[in-house]
Write a protein that binds this ligand. Structure first.
Ligand SMILES: Cc1ncc(COP(=O)(O)O)c(C=O)c1O
Length: 354
């Protein structure tokens, strides 16, 4: 394993953004997960998306939505961006919008971590937490966002679930970055799907370079995409729920519909495995990430075991654990979800909150 002095020398690429904060989105490090790679005899890499300026992979879509809307003349200076988001897309949009002088209005399910709502408000957004209702109900947060934009002059509903600029952001940035970072030596890719933008765009790009790259859809309990892939598009069945936030769909979004036929397989990762990996990443790698990242790494290890020794498998470390810390490191919360006892004894010391 390299010393810190050596680590500074490996592939350092200075980035200067002459366009301000928007130009600092993307270009994130690809981090080899040393322990897991040793254990699996395959190289497992995580794309450090928490290092984006808004702290998540969703900054990429946020930036692309706004710049595409500008390019097409759909928003004028001083306008308002409206979105329905569980948090990270809103945070990404808020940073870019502030830098470019737009207002932001956010509708979100009222079940999300309170710190996400607070962060959006701190970033100057008008936030409406609303009750959770299915997509076919007109009161669903996405429809409320659309209607809000329709009521305003010079407003743009970014519509992250069905706006294909989302997936395009990853075709243009995440995919090419991974390809370059591994000099084209990519054997597998996997990540979980919220809107599906990250998985679809990255998979599309990588398979365009090399169709033999294996890409697995990784899903939490409660998502229909797993059964959709497993049934060859015949079933949308879903059951259960998950502590992960921002992933696990109840429908096939327009972004997902574009590329889902590219999935080589789907894996369903139980919360018990995701939480253990979350603690392992912290303990073994010093990597402090949220539940979706941990789930992605479990899926990457499963995919890796279906590939020959020495293969390179990439996944997404979507955001850090900060927003979720009061839950996932709380003994009481973990016990309430029956997740405390599954954590190995030597890792329980990280559950330091009551
Ligand atoms: C933490 C986290 N992980 C994963 C995702 C899923 O990304 P995508 O919407 O590109 O499928 C999201 C989406 O909001 C997220 O917030």
């Amino acid at each position: 394993m390299s010393t810190s002095a050596n680590s500074y020398q490996t592939g350092f690429k200075p980035l200067t953004s002459t366009t301000g904060l928007p130009g600092s989105v993307g270009n994130t490090p690809l981090v080899k997960l040393n322990k897991l790679s040793q254990e699996t005899k395959r190289n497992i890499y995580g794309k450090a998306e928490w290092m984006n300026p808004g702290g998540s992979v969703k900054d990429r879509a946020g930036l692309f939505f706004i710049e595409e809307a500008e390019r097409r003349g759909l928003i004028k200076p001083g306008g308002t961006i409206v979105e329905g988001t569980a948090g990270n897309t809103g945070i990404g949009l808020a940073h870019i919008a502030r830098a470019k002088g737009y207002q932001v209005v956010i509708y979100m399910p009222n079940t999300q971590a309170p710190i996400k709502i607070q962060t959006l408000r701190l970033l100057g957004c008008e936030v409406y937490p609303v009750p959770v209702v299915p997509f076919d109900n007109p009161e669903n947060f996405n429809h409320l966002a659309r209607k809000h934009a329709e009521r305003l002059e010079n407003a743009y509903w970014t519509n992250q679930f069905d706006n294909l600029d989302n997936r395009e952001a990853h075709i243009r940035s995440t995919g090419p970055e991974i390809w370059e970072q591994l000099s084209g030596k990519v054997d597998g890719f996997t990540c979980s799907l919220g809107t599906g933008g990250t998985w679809c765009g990255t998979t599309r790009f990588l398979k365009q370079q090399n169709p033999s790259i294996k890409s697995f859809v990784a899903e939490p309990p409660g998502s229909c995409v797993y059964s959709y892939v497993k049934s060859g598009g015949k079933s949308l069945e879903k059951s259960g729920g998950s502590f992960t936030e921002g992933i696990g769909q109840g429908r096939i979004t327009n972004n997902v519909a574009q590329d889902i036929e590219l999935a080589d397989d789907a894996v369903l990762i139980p919360d018990e495995e995701s939480i253990v990996m979350l603690y392992r990443l912290l303990h073994e790698e010093g990597i402090y990430v949220g539940g979706t990242s941990a789930l992605n790494v479990v899926a990457a290890a499963r995919l890796a075991m279906e590939l020959p020794e020495g293969s390179n498998v990439v996944t997404i470390l979507a955001d850090s654990a900060h927003k979720y810390a009061d839950r996932i490191f709380s003994k009481t919360w973990l016990q309430s979800k029956n997740l405390y006892d599954v954590i190995p004894d030597e890792l329980k010391k990280y559950a330091t909150l009551d």
